[in-house]
Structures are given as C-alpha cells and as structure tokens.
Design a protein around this ligand. Structure first.
Ligand code: URA
Length: 237
C-alpha cells in the first residue's frame, strides 16, 4: 500500500497524512520515510510513534501549560486535547484526573478507562508528585503538618510527604506527594498551613515522570515500560 494511504489509516485525511509524512512524523519499521508513494506494509507504519487505531489503547503524556483546561471540550479556554494533532483528537482520549487551569505539568491522556479510573481512585493510592512554590518560609512544622494530615474545612487530607527544596523569608519551594486528588487540594493544603501557593507543577503520576525533554504544550506517547508500571500499580495484568 502507498505510505500516504497507510498513514491515513491512523485517522488522518489523505492531505493530513501527506503533511505528517513531509513533517517527518511518520515512521515505517522505525525509520522516518518522507516519500508518500513508498510501498509499505500498513502494520509497520506509525504516525507520531503510535499504534494505528484498532490495535489497542492509547497512552499519552502532555506537558500542560498554564491557561489550558484539563477537559476534552470547553467553550472558553483551550483544552489539553487541542494540544494534540488532529488525528489523535478523534480517538476518544480522556484526561486522567484534572489540573487547574493555572497549574502546569504532567497530564496523562488515555483511551483506557479502567486505568484512568484506578489512577485517580484513592483506593489504588497512585502517588501524584507536585513542585510547589509558596509564600513565606516552610519548615519542619509544615513537614509534620503534612505528614499528620492537614485538616481542611470539609475533610482531613491523607498524610502527605513534603520535601522542602528551598526556604527563604519571602518564598519557599517544596515537593509534595499525595495519594488523593480532591478539588484544589494542594492549594488548599498550603493555604491551610499559612503558605499560599504562587505556582504549582505536577511532576509525576504513579512513578511516571514528566519527560524533561517535553516543552510546555508538547506531548509524546508513553513508553511500553511506563504503561506497564502504571498497570502494575493498579493491579492490571
Ligand atoms: N491541587 C491543586 O490545588 N490543583 C491542581 O490542579 C492539582 C492539585
């Protein structure tokens, strides 16, 4: 089959497939091929490194910029799904949990509903790691408060690990690891201990780290080992 036709099987129109080929987004048996007329075996063609539709679930990481909402559609704001190329937007990907609009960093998108559900369910205890910058000097008192479980107006947060990276009179930076993710939870926990956040970035989910090579707004498929790690954590195969 011609390469442009085989690439279009990934959900692209023929002209989108031609553009993707010209842009070097299409590989045949691992090699970038830019000749639309090349004869290929469709099963060996990968657009953006992803399996063609019908061959399994999709797992993607996005480095979410501020100003983008974690949703598939929104009438006011750009969505994380709009950070993906056209063909991927049509493949039923949904975000695993949410980050607030002003929060940056790792968002996972998948078609695998069971994994998505388990990664956000407190029952499976998948750890979410955040880098937080806050007002004022953090110290041992805050580390202890997080470890004990911060009391909020409507619930007490589970014990969380707070690791201070820099503490100054005006501002501090810390990493915080949670195994739950209620609405505005990290912001509320810092607020409750008297250190309102000035910025928040998610660094990892279930031990899968935001790829340092991904610019804000960029994405990539998860590697097989990353998917396996998440599934093992959630008792899936
Ligand atoms: N905690 C927050 O406050 N906001 C997020 O987006 C994620 C965790």
């Amino acid at each position: 089959m011609r390469l442009d036709r085989a690439a279009a099987l990934s959900g692209l129109t023929r002209s989108e497939a031609k553009k993707a080929i010209a842009a070097g987004r299409v590989r045949v048996d691992g090699q970038v091929v830019r000749d639309c007329a090349a004869r290929v075996e469709p099963a060996q063609v990968r657009v953006d490194g992803l399996e063609p539709p019908g061959t399994g679930e999709l797992y993607i990481m996005v480095n979410k910029p501020a100003g983008v909402v974690t949703a598939t559609e929104d009438s006011r704001w750009p969505t994380v799904v709009q950070l993906l190329p056209e063909n991927l937007r049509r493949r039923g990907l949904g975000p695993v949990g949410r980050l607030d609009r002003d929060v940056t960093g790792l968002v996972l998108l998948t078609t695998d509903g069971q994994l998505a559900h388990r990664l956000i369910s407190p029952k499976w205890k998948a750890e979410k790691l955040y880098r937080a910058e806050c007002a004022g000097r953090l110290g041992e008192a805050e580390v202890q408060a997080f470890a004990a479980g911060v009391a909020l107006s409507d619930f007490t947060a589970r014990p969380a690990r707070l690791v201070i990276r820099a503490a100054g009179e005006e501002a501090s930076t810390a990493d915080v690891a949670l195994t739950e993710g209620k609405f505005h939870q990290v912001k509320r926990m810092f607020e409750a201990v008297g250190h309102p956040l000035t910025s928040l970035e998610r660094l990892s989910i279930g031990g899968v780290a935001l790829d340092a090579a991904l610019a804000r707004g960029a994405w990539r498929p998860l590697e097989a080992a990353e998917v396996a790690r998440l599934k093992a954590l959630c008792d899936m195969e």
